[in-house]
Design a binder for this molecule. Structure first.
Ligand code: 8IG
Length: 264
């Protein structure tokens, strides 16, 4: 067993004893703007600060509460992380993926990763939900170490995306590029990302998706476009505006996500 999987097993054991839930079915990471969506997923049965479990840091960003919620839908147990840790916090990749690894160690075979992102594809407007079809990892980092040659051909499960589109047939799909941050991009960097095939840009998700695939889970990824990427609109980028756009769209994307999760 690797050091990181042992850490996840320890956190999962503590989670099980705190919640009394032996096996989770689906884990969700709620990014900026997505936390209110967690209220629509089912009945919250337990809530705890994730930092109370071994191996977790406290998320440092406003809009990321660091709460872990255990939810029952009647038939299934869901685990929702309200907020996440980011690479730009400076603690390396392990804390970024510890939640996903813990959730899979606690039984979750499906991991839903949500985020707020900048829109590069001109078809997207602020407030658009977009299914993540694939990613470009521009962080130059991996959560894996050693000869763990994980196949990323179907990193964002085609089967789960198909199910999502049965809920919302017109749901856009796009390629998510992850930048290390914390600064937003220059207009030239956005032109570069557009040229290499990115539709969305953000600072999260890809390392978690890689770790989830290594652990054997299926991944569904969804972005909420909360700003148009740098240089593509007549506006500067501001974290407050991102949060505000998230608040305005929360109810609509929350309903969509809850309906999708009920089907996966
Ligand atoms: I919300 O435009 C959000 N997160 N890198 N660029 C990057 N991350 C983001 C952006 C953006 N918008």
């Amino acid at each position: 067993m690797t050091r990181t999987s042992r850490a996840a097993e320890e956190a999962a054991a503590e989670l099980r004893s705190r919640t009394g839930v032996d096996t989770y079915d689906v884990a969700l990471v709620m990014g900026s703007g997505w936390a209110p969506a967690a209220d629509l997923l089912g009945d919250s049965e337990h809530e705890l600060p994730v930092a109370e479990l071994p191996g977790f840091l406290r998320p440092a960003v406003e809009g990321h509460s660091g709460i872990l919620r255990s939810i029952s839908t009647g038939e299934r147990h869901l685990l929702a992380f309200l907020g996440r840790n980011h690479l730009y916090e400076g603690h390396g990749t392990d804390p970024v993926v510890h939640g996903v690894r813990t959730a899979v160690a606690a039984g979750a075979r499906t991991v839903v990763l949500t985020n707020a992102a900048g829109g590069i594809n001109p078809a997207y407007t602020v407030g658009s939900p977009v299914l993540i079809a694939d990613h470009i990892n521009m962080t130059a980092r991996s959560p894996l170490s050693g000869p763990s040659f994980v196949d990323l051909t179907d990193v964002y499960s085609a089967q789960l995306r198909k199910i999502a589109r049965t809920v919302e047939p017109d749901l856009a799909e796009g390629v998510y590029a992850a930048m290390p941050g914390p600064q937003y991009e220059t207009p030239a960097e956005i032109r570069m990302l557009r040229a290499v095939g990115a539709d969305l840009v953000g600072m999260s998700t890809v390392l978690e998706a890689i770790a989830a695939r290594e652990a054997g889970a299926q991944v569904l990824g969804m972005s909420l476009v909360t700003n148009i990427a740098a240089g593509l609109a007549d506006a500067n980028l501001d974290h407050e505006e991102v949060l505000e756009a998230g608040r305005e769209s929360a109810a609509v994307v929350g309903r969509l996500l809850a309906d999708i999760v009920a089907k996966i």
